[in-house]
Design a protein around this ligand. Structure first.
Ligand SMILES: *Cc1c(COP(=O)(O)O)cnc(C)c1O
Length: 377
């Protein structure tokens, strides 16, 4: 893919920031006045396009916020969960744990359900929890748990929360723009994501698509000035401007990235490319003896978690360094009890990039097998 793999930029096989196209980075080579007409138009196009990705134009408002993905998760929980509300967090990985931490730090009333990191969230158990505790007003879930690459059953969960009349908050950070999310068909109060994952923009901005009614009702909930999404949205509605200094180049890059997504054929076409990346990677790695951590039934084609081979040649630090020297950055595992590493399948990459990666991994494996490695501990 035209990701200038021969330039200084490494290929990022991480869960973000990701490899971006040169055309997207080029849009950042100019300045914008944040209160000028041209930038106001850019912001409006960005907000409109973000809603269009999930068919939320009629029901939701797009509220962008400066910062990384965690900032928008904290802002959304702080804005939508009021002092008399109670949040149920569904956890099967590090990003679910993070939402719990955020709710606790904000001193919101919060409860949780946990599953092992290799198992999807079970909607029936959520249904029972909601039936048992009428005080719960909101449920938060991670769509694709980037910790492992596990896909949680969003539609089935939304059916449960809709039936039980509770609001659903979805951390769709690593799925938005590729895996299907349809706000016309699926009742979701808020979807949170960021500029630098499946949308293939540069890092620096998060956003939430929030049901207009819910956002309207959230006035005064958030004690934070800068993270109050009700106020942030009112700012855009008043004059089209950001309340505080926007990351102008990040916005410009995201608008270009959203136009690119449309030209590629939208999220379904992007998902097909990522699936092809994943399939190419998984088949090539299996041929070299690497095993996937997740079962295929719960695996999303976003990031692949592999067991570290239990073989004398394998040492993660050497493996990582040798790949990095050859221009590929992979990611350590993030699991509580399994020795793994991860290779991302998202970003401006296609099967040719993965074929080059597989050849390189084959070379490194041969080299490590024939040279004495440092003693394993
Ligand atoms: C990347 C990611 C986040 C946000 O991480 P930041 O480092 O703050 O950008 C949150 N949730 C999920 C599921 C993610 O993949």
């Amino acid at each position: 893919m035209n990701n200038d793999s021969r330039s200084d930029s490494p290929i990022l096989l991480t869960p973000g920031p990701l490899t971006t196209r040169p055309e997207i980075r080029r849009t950042m080579l100019r300045d914008w006045g944040s209160r000028d007409k041209a930038f106001i138009a850019l912001t409006a196009e960005m907000r409109q396009r973000l809603l269009a990705v999930a068919q939320g134009e009629d029901s939701h408002a797009a509220v962008p916020l400066q910062g990384s993905g965690t900032f928008i998760v904290e802002a959304t929980i702080g804005t939508l969960i009021g002092p008399t509300d109670k949040l149920l967090v569904l956890i099967n990985g590090a990003y679910g744990e993070r939402m719990l931490t955020i709710a606790q730090r904000l001193k919101r009333c919060v409860t949780l359900l946990r599953w092992p990191e290799d198992q999807a969230i079970d909607p029936a158990r959520v249904d029972h929890a909601l039936a048992d505790d009428p005080a719960i007003t909101h449920v938060a879930v991670v769509h694709c748990e980037t910790t492992t690459g596990l896909l949680n059953p969003l539609e089935a969960l939304a059916a449960v929360t809709t039936h039980r009349k509770r609001a659903l908050l979805v951390d769709a950070m690593s799925s938005f723009g590729a895996l299907p999310i349809n706000l016309r068909q699926t009742a979701i109060a808020a979807v949170m994501a960021s500029s630098n994952k499946c949308l293939e923009g540069v890092p620096g901005l998060g956003f939430a698509l929030i049901e207009k009614k819910a956002l309207e009702a959230a006035r005064g909930n958030n004690a934070s000035l800068s993270l109050d999404l009700h106020e942030q949205c009112r700012g855009f509605e008043a004059n089209g401007q950001w309340r505080f200094t926007p990351p102008v180049q990040v916005v410009a890059a995201l608008v270009e990235a959203l136009r690119t997504l449309e030209n590629e054929g939208g999220p379904s076409a992007r998902l097909r490319r990522y699936q092809d990346n994943f399939d190419t990677l998984a088949a090539g790695m299996a041929a070299m003896g690497f095993r996937l951590y997740l079962s295929p039934a719960v695996q999303a084609p976003i990031i692949a978690t592999f067991w570290q081979p239990d073989a004398a040649w394998f040492d993660f630090a050497s493996f990582y360094d040798m790949l990095a020297t050859r221009g590929f950055l992979i990611y350590p595992g993030k699991l509580s009890h399994a020795n793994t590493f991860r290779i991302g399948c998202i970003g401006a990459l296609d099967r040719n990039d993965y074929q080059r990666l597989l050849v390189t991994i084959g070379d490194i494996k041969r080299e490590l097998e024939t040279t004495p490695v440092r003693p394993r501990v």
